[in-house]
Design a protein around this ligand. Sequence first.
Ligand code: PAF
Length: 278
Amino acid sequence: MQIFQDKQSLIQALKEIKAAGKSIGFVPTMGALHDGHISLVRSALQVTDQVVVSIFVNPTQFNTASDLDKYPRTLQADIALLQKEGDIFVFAPAVSEIYPEDDFFGPFDLEGIDLVMEGKFRPGHFQGVVHVVRNLFQIVQPQKAFFGLKDFQQVAVIRLMTKKLALPIEIVACAIERSTNGLALSSRNLRLSETQKEDALILFQTLALLKKLKKEFSPAVSREKAMEFFKKGKLELEYLEIVSSETLEALDQTWSESSTCCIAAFCGEVRLIDTAQL
Ligand code: PAF
């Protein structure tokens, strides 16, 4: 394993890898790594020659200073976990490496898919995400980049950005990793008590219920019934939307060929999201 803090030395090392005809796989993360991240790393290791994992808590995608402050930072533990996986390049830069003074990034037109669901409740969040991912892609220039489907909308946003910038990078979306009782793995789970982890199972249970409701009811009715069920639990619902997996448009009377439900809710102070294809 090699650890890079400055981008020039990473770029130099990757130049040599590329000159040897090897492919680069990239797993961008904000650290506090868990089995979900490790499964992305393993997918990358299977199909590319050199895997780069970035660990960078991106300030521009947080909506409040306190959420940014509270985001778990566990660099030494992250490095120890990655060490077990193989000969990985870890990129753990300072903010000034990613956002140099001459960095320009105007508002990026995401055709409205950044304004619904997460975007509605976290204004500017996806502009921050595309900014950091664009800058990371410029540094790493991978052939393939790996993202978890728990952040379903993020995957759609990054795919669109990659297409609009005509970047020669394949975006690989990987399945959600869950604990045995169904809780989607997330770095934010570190902030949950054991009781809260139990309470948070309502997210998965609601998604499971929706899969059944879909067989009988329209999206609108299924959504109403799912929200009713969710509200019996202890989490505070922010949104529950059923959307077309392709366009992210909310579905009303008819199911689309591929439909996805996205939920965001507060468990105490911790904001959790979950999603499932229905
Ligand atoms: O999914 C995340 O952890 C972040 O949004 C990402 C893609 C690493 C960008 O900061």
